[in-house]
Design a protein around this ligand. Structure first.
Ligand SMILES: [Zn+2]
Length: 501
């Protein structure tokens, strides 16, 4: 195919007039390629999960409308990823003047260097083909971004010496936006861009003219502009200049996964879990579910700042760290399979605490404690789903009668199962976790750990920070001799001494 592409200006001109090579604006190009995808029933954004009925149709409409658009959403909602995926809607390659920094169209060059080359070389001018990946330019907006970074800079002495009416581009150092000419320019966190730069962007969009150091520069660029922003920053007064806002055709809201099922699919796709040879990783579903539920619980926790959100990167990093804790245990215990447990989630606090901002109440409690509370709520929730119909009394009674069990996240599977065997009825419960009685010991151990952690999360038993499980109350006396114990002395658990009379 590549060899059939015209390689000179003359051949290109012939191909274009014969309709073999399309010539159109970037927005028309993206629109037409998108229409072809819709007709063929192709997936619009492979790897983007959970947006099929919400975000994707709105992006499709924006593209069909030839709009510049902005994605508004909290962190970790795949905004940058979607913007990058827009590249797939470009043609595989387009003809350019070789060596031109702004990828000039050989049939309509903007820069004077290219115009001069065409004047001297004519139809013999070589034509290069630029692949679509090279047509995406991305910038994270920060307050210190300058006009020079974004649009370009002039050498004022040269410009004055040339005494040009419209400053000649010969003297211009191109910024990012001109380098995105004939492609897509993505600006992440648009509100962080200084007002002056927003004005510059707007002028380029609107008029194709911009002033640099007082000299007017003409740049009729062909660019699809796409942006992302935190919704609160974007709507805050004075953050975005109104004329620029007006030029953004569509505002599209992103969101966190609506269901645990979608969230698990995203995490499974993004997390690094296949640890290569020698580490056979088998993650129980209930561990995946709790990891995901941690993010859901964190997003609705009043101690965690909702305005900044809880990124989908939390469950992704968390699951990686959970697998690593299990990997470490398997290495120490020389176990053949790496099977993560619920207690590994508590060991993975470092993957959680940096992923959210705390409210004042949360700061008082401390990030680690907030994270532990969130995990515990997540375990309780998932445990309820698995063990709703299970009879847990036999196990809780064993603890109520004074039994204690010491387990920690480094204990190998066989030792854990040996200790757990003392607790009557405990091993029978693992089937509720979806684990067969003849499963590999590490999988059985993970299920036992889930039962214990579930009972702890639901406050049916308690445990110390060192993972010693015991009854929530002091062991009951086997039989209470009613006559000998004065009712006045009876103490309610967790309360001050109460007198009944
Ligand atoms: Zn050029």
């Amino acid at each position: 195919m590549a060899s059939e592409l015209p390689s000179t200006l003359g051949a290109l001109r012939a191909s274009v007039s014969a309709g073999r090579v399309p010539r159109r604006s970037v927005r028309d190009e993206i629109r037409e390629n998108l229409i072809a995808r819709l007709r063929n029933g192709q997936t619009m954004f492979p790897g983007i999960i959970g947006y099929d009925e919400t975000v994707v149709p709105q992006i499709v409409n924006a593209v069909l409308s030839r709009h510049n658009f902005i994605l508004l959403g909290l962190r970790g909602q795949a905004k940058s990823r979607i913007l990058r995926a827009m590249t797939d809607l470009l043609d595989p390659s387009i003809p350019v003047v070789p060596g031109c920094e702004i990828h000039d169209d050989p049939l309509a060059p903007l820069c004077s260097a290219c115009r001069a080359r065409i004047a001297s070389e004519g139809d013999g001018l070589p034509v290069a083909w630029l692949p679509r990946d090279a047509r995406f330019v991305e910038k994270l907006a920060t307050p210190d971004v300058t006009i020079a970074d974004m649009i370009g800079d002039l050498d004022p002495i040269k410009a004055a010496r040339a005494s040009l009416q419209l400053s000649d581009e010969l003297t211009m150092h191109y910024g990012l936006l001109p380098r995105a000419h004939r492609g897509i320019f993505a600006i992440n966190e648009l509100p962080d861009l200084a007002g002056k730069i927003q004005v510059g962007l707007f002028n380029i969009l609107q008029e194709g003219d911009v002033q640099i150091k007082g000299y007017p520069v003409r740049l009729r660029l062909d660019v699809l502009l796409v942006f992302s922003a935190n919704p609160e920053d974007y709507t805050a007064r004075g953050k975005i200049i109104t004329p620029l806002k007006d030029r953004i055709g569509s505002e599209i809201r992103t969101h966190y996964p609506a269901t645990r099922h979608h969230a698990m699919a995203i995490t499974a796709q993004e997390a690094w879990l296949d640890r290569g040879k020698g580490a056979d990783v088998d993650i129980p579903d209930f561990v995946r579910e709790v990891v995901e539920e941690v993010a859901f619980q964190a997003r609705q926790d009043s101690k965690i700042d909702k305005r900044s959100g809880v990124s989908q990167r939390l469950p992704i990093s968390l699951l990686e760290n959970v697998v690593s804790n299990a990997e470490r245990r398997a290495l120490l215990g020389d176990e053949p399979v790496v099977v993560p447990r619920i207690t590994d989630i508590y060991a993975a606090l470092p993957a959680i605490t940096g992923k959210f901002e705390l409210e004042y109440e949360g700061e008082l409690r401390g990030a680690d404690n907030v994270a532990r509370d969130v995990i515990r709520n997540a375990v309780s929730n998932v445990f309820g789903g698995y063990f709703g119909s299970a009879d847990l009394r036999q196990v809780t009674e064993w603890f109520d009668l004074g039994g204690t069990l010491q387990i920690d996240d480094t204990l190998d599977a066989r030792s854990l199962l040996a200790r757990a065997a003392e607790v009557q009825g405990l091993k029978d419960l693992i089937r509720y976790a979806g684990v067969r009685p003849n499963a590999e010991p590490p999988m059985q151990a993970a299920a036992v750990d889930f039962v214990l952690e579930g009972l702890y999360a639901q406050k049916k038993i308690t445990r110390s920070d060192e993972f010693q499980y015991q009854a929530t109350e002091q062991p009951r006396r086997p039989a209470r001799p009613a006559a000998t114990e004065s009712i006045e002395d009876f103490q309610m658990p967790g309360q001050k001494k109460k007198y009944y009379n």
